[in-house]
Each structure stands twice: as C-alpha cells, then as structure tokens.
Design a protein around this ligand. Structure first.
Ligand SMILES: *Cc1c(COP(=O)(O)O)cnc(C)c1O
Length: 398
C-alpha cells in the first residue's frame, strides 16, 4: 500500500552546489560585490539567458523584486497599481511598501483576472502588477493590449510561474519587468531569494542601485553601453534599500537551472494526471488552462461543486483523515491569500465573485518528484473525501 506522500519536502540540492559552497566556506567570500564574477553575478547572467532577457537582478526575495520594480518605474507617491484580488499578501504589501495604493481586480472561478473588471478599473490607474497566482496565467493578450493602449507599465509577478509559457513566450518576459522567487516552495529553491528580469536598461539600473549597489558597485554587474549610461544618470540619485542576494544562495540555485525543463515537464504531467481523476468526480472540477498557456504547476487547485460552507470544511477534514492536506483559501481566519485578511490595507472592497471562488477553491501541493502510485493516492483521497461528504459518487451526466 502506498502511504500518503510527503508533499512538503523539496528536492535535494544538486551535488554540484557542494564544491562551490565548500569553497565559499573556506574563503568566506559571501558578499556579491567582493568580486566581479561572483556567484550572484553569474546567476544573473545565466538566469537572463534562460529567460531570454537582456538583464537580470537577483535580490533577497520576490517581494523585494516587486518593490524595486515599482520603485524603478518612478511612480508618484499614492500611484494606483492594479493587482488581482487573488494573490499572496506579500504582493499588496510590496505595493504599500513602494508608497503606492493597490486596486484589487476581481478574479473568476478559474483563478484568472476578470478582464471586464480589469478594464473597468484601468481609468485612473498608474501601473499594473499581474500576479500569476499558483502559476495560473490570466489573459495576457487582453491585459497587455489594454495596458499598452493607455501607456501603463505592466509588472509580472511570476514568483510561481517559472517555466510557464504564453503563446510560446516565457512568462515574466511579457511585461516591462518580471519577478521570480527562490523561496523553497517555488521551482528553484534557495530557501529565500528573488530575481527580476527586464530588457529596459533604465529600469534595471535604477533597481540595481536601489537594491544596494552603493558607490560604483554597479560596475560589478554585467553591463553594456545602455546600462553604463543609465547608471551614470542615476548615480547618487537614489536611496539604497540593501536587499541583495548573498553568494551562498546563488551557489545553491545555479546548479538547479539545468533542472528547470525536467521539473516543469514532470510537474505538468503529475498535475494533468491528477486533474483528470478529479474531473471525473461530479463534486470536483479543475479549471482548464487558457488556450495560449503552457503550465508549469507544482500544486493543484480545484473547485468544490455544490458544497456549502459546512460541507467545504467537512471535505477538508475528510481529505486530511485520508492523508492529504488541502487548504481552502477563503475558509480560515488568517489565510494570506484571502483579500479580506489584508487588513493592513484599511478598507478592502467587496468582491463577491472573488470571495465566492476563494470559499470553494482548494489547494493541494503536488511536487514534480511524486510518482504514479503517490499521485493515485492523492487523487483517490480527494475524490473519496468528496464522497465522504456528499454520499455515493454520482455518475457523470446523471
Ligand atoms: C511566493 C510568492 C510571492 C512571494 O515570494 P517571496 O520570494 O517569498 O517574497 C509572491 N507572489 C506569488 C504569486 C508567490 O507565489
């Protein structure tokens, strides 16, 4: 019998990281600016190559990357930034941190931005921050066209979307800036860390300086003529927020870059395998990806169909008894992905559509390393838990 899989452990760090870490433990060379070809600088170069962008800046977290992106855009104090109402609390927090005001946009029951509500809220907005929550891509064709028509910059929060494609293009490279996370639950794991990518020399020069490239440390970033001119423009003009990445983190990430294609492929295969089983239940539904989207999931989200609040909580308990932990985003007092818990914003709007989604949307981890028997265990536990609550399985269509 297969036991409940451990879905929380990350994959081991590739052996190749060890020699580099040993070297650093010997010479104590942990600060990115002691040398030009530091592990952090090499990570930036390699990550930009993987994504196909001109520039990358590695920092302490994706949240720091989002904050620096907003500051790099030089938005006025109080600028309105559209964000989806389904995201992680760190996203509105980064907006507040940048002295801007988040405007929450409704999200549909497929976890993606409601484009009609997005369009309605564009008037008066100064920037757009699209969070591809749990790697679900909103309609980027519509979003980019609407934002570009108004000259609004788009930042992509691709923290959980590394390896996702939209019309064959890498997520995180569609907007002016894309931000990724190296926190342990993301595709590349350094415990903590983040990186931003862009083709815009002016933006990255501002972000580099503000990340903590004091004095002339910007010279230790890979640079071209455009970037040199931009650095000269911003020298001594910007605050230093000191939110750099350290060399140890970079050394842990670099050997994982080769693993991206395998993790993406296995994650998608696992997700689609479990999704097919959940969709065969009358009580569970996994929304389809959008047409241009090629996903890179490491977890699965699905909606409960025809459950009230009590049944939803009962489902969560039943799944836990069967060995699979499920979170329903909107059914606890402190979930950081439920917008009404972002009380640091002061007033949060009523968004009944997003609230209804969050109250029935379930989330279960599904790491790329799981094997077939473990996936069957998860799928079986979830479909049986729904039956525990709702009675015998309904045959589909009856
Ligand atoms: C993880 C995550 C973040 C935050 O990333 P950190 O590196 O922990 O700051 C932001 N947005 C999304 C969509 C995430 O999944």
């Amino acid at each position: 019998m297969t036991l409940a899989p451990n879905v929380y452990d990350a994959e081991p760090i590739p052996e190749a990281a060890r020699a580099e870490i040993d070297r650093m433990l010997q010479n104590g060379d942990l600060f990115r600016y002691t040398a030009e070809e530091s592990p952090v600088a090499l990570l930036e170069k390699e990550f930009a190559e993987v994504l196909g962008t001109k520039y990358a800046l590695a920092v302490a977290s994706c949240s720091a990357a989002l904050f620096l992106s907003l500051r790099a855009l030089d938005l006025p104090r109080g600028a309105k930034v559209l964000i989806p109402a389904f995201t992680f609390a760190a996203v509105p927090s980064s907006v507040v941190h940048a002295d801007c005001v988040p405007v929450l946009v409704d999200v549909k029951d497929n976890y993606r931005i409601d484009i009609a509500d997005f369009e309605a809220k564009l008037d008066g907005a100064d920037a757009v921050l699209i969070s591809h929550m749990r790697g679900h891509t909103s309609d980027m064709d519509a979003i980019m066209a609407l934002a570009e028509a108004r000259g609004l910059p788009v930042i992509e929060d691709a923290a959980h979307s590394l390896g996702t494609k939209w019309n064959g293009r890498n997520i995180g490279t569609l907007g002016r800036i894309g931000c990724f996370s190296f926190q342990s639950y993301k595709l590349l794991n350094a415990g903590e860390g983040g990186i931003l990518v862009t083709d815009d020399a002016n933006l990255v020069a501002r972000a580099v300086i503000m990340s903590g490239a004091y004095e002339h440390n910007w010279k230790k970033h890979k640079h071209d003529a455009d970037l040199l001119a931009a650095f000269a423009r911003w020298q001594n003009q910007l605050p230093l927020y000191n939110t750099r990445l350290n060399n140890l983190s970079a050394a842990i990430i670099r050997p994982q870059l080769n693993e991206i294609p395998r993790r993406v492929q296995d994650g998608r295969r696992n997700h689609d395998y479990v999704a097919a089983q959940l969709n065969a239940s009358a009580w569970l539904t996994v929304p389809d990806p959008l047409g241009p989207e090629e996903r890179a999931p490491d977890s699965i989200q699905f909606n409960l169909v025809g459950f009230d609040d009590a049944e939803t909580l009962a489902f969560q308990d039943a799944a836990a008894r069967r060995g699979v932990k499920v979170q329903v985003f909107g059914m606890s007092d402190d979930n950081a992905r439920a917008f009404w818990n972002w009380q640091f914003l002061g007033e949060v709007p009523e968004l009944p559509q997003t609230r209804a989604m969050l109250s029935r949307a379930c989330d279960a981890r599904l790491p790329a390393r799981l094997r077939r028997a473990e996936l069957d265990f998860v799928a079986q536990a979830l479909t049986s838990a729904a039956e525990d609550v709702k009675g015998e399985a309904l045959a589909y269509g009856t």
